[in-house]
Design a protein around this ligand. Structure first.
Ligand code: NAD
Ligand code: UD1
Length: 314
């Protein structure tokens, strides 16, 4: 992998962003973090080294983006309204952040000579296409404002490549988990919520019948996919799935977390969430073939490590 001398990570105080910042700084890169701390935390990046500059601000602020993209070689765009349910409840606000914010990131990047923008897209763009696993050439069928917004970001990335020659790569993350995922909101990722419930002996809620499937990928594998996407020539202009190729159903996930944490608590069941996808599992042939990526951390091991982290912090 080519070393990166200077990078901007939007959303770098968040869960995935902070792991990316940590790895970039460890490789000798100077990193600017732009984050408005709406769901991220300063403490996620404190102590990760003196190569990191933190700028508190919003990706909708064009002047600020102009400032922070200057001199950057690569921009990793992670900032977003992340929760599918939250975008269902407030489509207009999430559109401002996820679409207008993304256009501002791309625009500042092309005006300031950034070589490449690597963008966090989502498996949510596939919706409920019954064909499994999901391959990048399927026609997207968004079921939520979130999915539409992520898909629009991908189209903008392609257009900025065509019109202005900006290199872009879009990574369709499947469900990411690991240390630092914040469980504090009902909108948080399911593994973080289930871990917090298991550690504190509380009853989790499963939305729907628990038969919905997800492909969970460990955060450090997602970081590796980002670094490959930033440096490999073959990645330019492409969209890649970032998953494991395996899935687990949500009710089995709770069983597994219960067993690993030695708790036996029956979940309660709530109504299914609007905009929820039923089946989700990735095909990772493209990213494997073009970038040589394959996940290294199995679900069980990732859950053990993540549980240890929640215990140590909680
Ligand atoms: P996160 O909430 O921990 O990180 C998002 C970060 O963006 C936070 O630090 C937040 O404060 C910041 N942010 C939000 N709005 C902002 C704004 N207007 N200006 C500046 N900063 C802002 O979530 P995450 O799980 O780390 O998600 C990172 C990216 O990955 C997002 O783009 C998300 O859509 C995408 N993604 C996540 C998953 C997953 O399973 N976690 C899966 C697919 C895609
Ligand atoms: C998640 C990400 C989204 C990403 C997508 C990619 C978060 C908050 N959302 O969405 O950014 O683009 O993956 O696939 O990280 N559930 C319960 N009980 C709970 C919480 C959730 O049963 O307490 C269920 C949900 O209804 C859903 C599944 O668990 O069926 C996963 O939910 P969630 O972690 O919110 O993720 P996604 O909606 O898949």
């Amino acid at each position: 992998m080519q070393p990166i001398s200077r990078a901007l990570v939007t959303g770098g105080a968040g869960f995935i962003g902070s792991h990316l910042v940590e790895q970039l700084a460890a490789s000798g890169c100077r990193v600017t973090v732009l984050d408005n701390l709406s769901t991220g935390h300063r403490h996620n990046i404190v102590g990760l080294g003196d190569r990191i500059e933190f700028v508190e601000g919003d990706i909708r602020d064009a002047d600020l983006l102009d400032h922070v993209t200057k001199g950057c070689e690569v921009v990793f765009h992670q900032a977003a309204v992340v929760s599918v349910s939250q975008t269902v409840q407030d489509p207009a606000f999430s559109c401002e952040v996820n679409d207008l914010g993304t256009v501002r990131v791309l625009d500042a990047s092309r005006r300031n000579g950034v070589r490449r923008v690597v963008m966090a897209s989502s498996s949510a763009v596939y919706g409920d296409d019954p064909r499994l696993p999901k391959t990048e050439d399927m026609t997207p069928k968004p079921l939520s404002p979130y999915a539409v917004q992520k898909l629009a970001g991908e189209f903008y990335a392609a257009v900025f490549g065509g019109l202005y020659g900006l290199e872009t790569v879009c990574l369709r993350y499947f469900n990411v988990f690991g240390p630092r995922q914040d469980p504090s909101s009902p909108y948080s990722g399911v593994i973080s919520i289930f871990m917090a419930k298991a550690v504190s002996g509380q009853v989790p809620t499963i939305y729907g019948d628990g038969g919905q499937s997800r492909d969970f990928i460990y955060v450090k594998d997602v970081v590796r996919a980002n670094l490959l996407a930033a440096s490999e020539a073959a990645a330019n202009g492409r969209v890649f799935n970032v998953g494991t190729g395996s899935f687990i159903r949500i009710c089995d996930l709770w069983e597994m977390i219960g067993a690993l944490s030695n708790v036996k608590i029956s979940p309660v069941f709530g109504p299914p969430r609007a905009g929820d996808i039923r089946e989700s599992v990735s095909d990772i042939g493209r990213i494997g073939g073009l970038l040589g990526f394959s996940p290294r951390v199995a679900l069980r091991q990732g859950l053990i490590d993540t549980l240890a982290w929640y215990r140590s912090t909680g």
